[in-house]
Design a protein around this ligand. Structure first.
Ligand SMILES: Cc1ncc(COP(=O)(O)O)c(C=O)c1O
Length: 387
């Protein structure tokens, strides 16, 4: 009764883990969540206010599939300011979260058997969204958790349609270097393929310079770039389900055509809330960045005491320590290690193998300083005989 296409897709591994944790909690266990990739702040007040007021004003009807003009105009201004892109509202199409943006992208670019290069470590939904479009994810190894351009270039074939870049990266928290992005863009242009640039964590960087993606660096006309953006992480709006693509007019037209048969428009009251987020962006983002930057330093210092193979994150809210082989061998692998930490320390973290990178752990520090301290104390105790 269920099609092969659906059988071929795995349920989101992190969602599955969340269900196990919920079960443990229901039994009365006090679990610290270092697993959920979601800011712990409430949605900012101006966003809530604008959403409520939009509902009161009756913005509850069908609307334009690619998005209301007021929001797309605000996004155009943001992209000019942040990445110096000279685009128009026709270059933007909204979706229900960047998850749906990605789903739509692969439906649009993949014919059956077409390949999409997914460098490790990768966010869990990339391969499954490619498979749902009858495409083939082609994984490339990292260089110790960093992007490996050489391997990516070597993986390009006649069937390659795109390369997925996620910067800042979930799970590694790292950003590719500008010259690497330029190099990949050059290859994409030469081969006539897309760079899909997932920029869901774009406002959360800990480097001195502002974030810039591959289009801002070397593809201002969006000939080979599909930018994927989200309101979820940057403005604490995960439950609003709002993301968007920035692409050529030809591409956004195809996306609106597809989505007109799938979901129609993103609710207008959600778009009004999103406009308030962009209008108050500097307050929202600066506050989050300050808090996350402090938490990142705290979590990093604690983490490298236990796992010396921890790199300092450059963005997002994850640590991705490489685990010493000596420790891994005692458990059998990163999944077993994560399970030991869950059972003994009552701290939920995700194994690197969920993200295609065996031998690492993903630790989310989007939680209070107090819980970060408590969680790392518990992990240290649970591993003291194994380090
Ligand atoms: C790299 C990356 N892209 C996209 C998403 C999806 O975000 P949303 O669908 O909430 O916009 C996530 C969520 O965890 C993510 O980590």
């Amino acid at each position: 009764m269920i099609a092969d296409r659906i059988h071929a897709v795995e349920e989101s591994k992190s969602v599955k883990m969340a269900a196990v944790i919920q079960e443990l909690r229901a039994k009365g266990e006090d679990i610290i969540s270092f697993n959920v990739g979601e800011p712990d702040f409430p949605t900012p007040e101006p966003v809530i206010k604008a959403t409520k007021s939009a509902l009161d004003q009756g913005h509850t009807r069908y609307a334009l599939v690619p998005g209301e003009v007021f929001l797309r105009e605000a996004i155009v201004k943001k992209l000019k300011r942040d990445q110096n892109l000279e685009i128009g509202i026709e270059n933007i199409c909204l979706s229900n979260g960047s998850k749906q943006v990605l789903y739509s992208i692969f439906q649009i670019i993949c014919n059956p058997g077409d390949e999409v290069i997914v460098p490790k470590p990768f966010w869990v939904s990339f391969p499954e969204a490619i498979k749902l479009a009858s495409g083939k994810p082609v994984f490339t190894e990292s260089n110790n958790g960093h992007l490996d351009c050489k391997r990516i270039k070597e993986a390009i074939t006649e069937r390659t349609r795109a390369i997925v870049i996620n910067s800042p990266n979930n799970p590694s928290g790292l950003l590719p270097k500008e010259d690497e992005l330029k190099e990949l863009m050059e290859v994409a242009k030469k081969k006539g393929i897309y760079i899909i640039s997932d920029e869901a964590y774009e406002t959360l960087t800990y480097l001195d310079k502002p974030f810039i993606g591959p289009a801002g660096l070397s593809d201002p006309k969006l000939e080979n770039t599909l930018i994927v953006q989200s309101f979820s992480k940057s403005y604490c709006m995960t439950g609003f389900r709002l993301g968007y693509v920035v692409a050529s007019k030809e591409f956004t037209k195809a996306m609106a055509k597809l989505q007109s048969h799938v979901c129609g428009n993103v609710p207008v009251f959600i778009q009004k809330g999103a406009l308030a987020a962009l209008e108050n962006e500097s307050d929202i983002v600066n506050h989050m960045k300050n808090v996350f930057s402090r938490r990142m330093n705290l979590a990093y210092e604690r983490c490298k005491r236990i796992f010396p193979g921890t790199e300092k994150p450059e963005g997002a809210f994850y640590l991705f320590p490489k685990i010493d082989q000596k420790i891994l061998k005692q458990f059998g692998g990163d999944k077993e290690l994560a399970m030991h930490i869950l059972k003994e320390a009552k701290v939920a973290i995700l194994p690197g193998s969920f993200f295609g990178e065996e031998g690492y752990l993903r630790i989310c520090f989007a939680t209070s300083d107090e819980l970060i301290e408590k969680g790392f104390n518990a992990i240290e105790t649970a591993l003291k005989d194994y380090l």
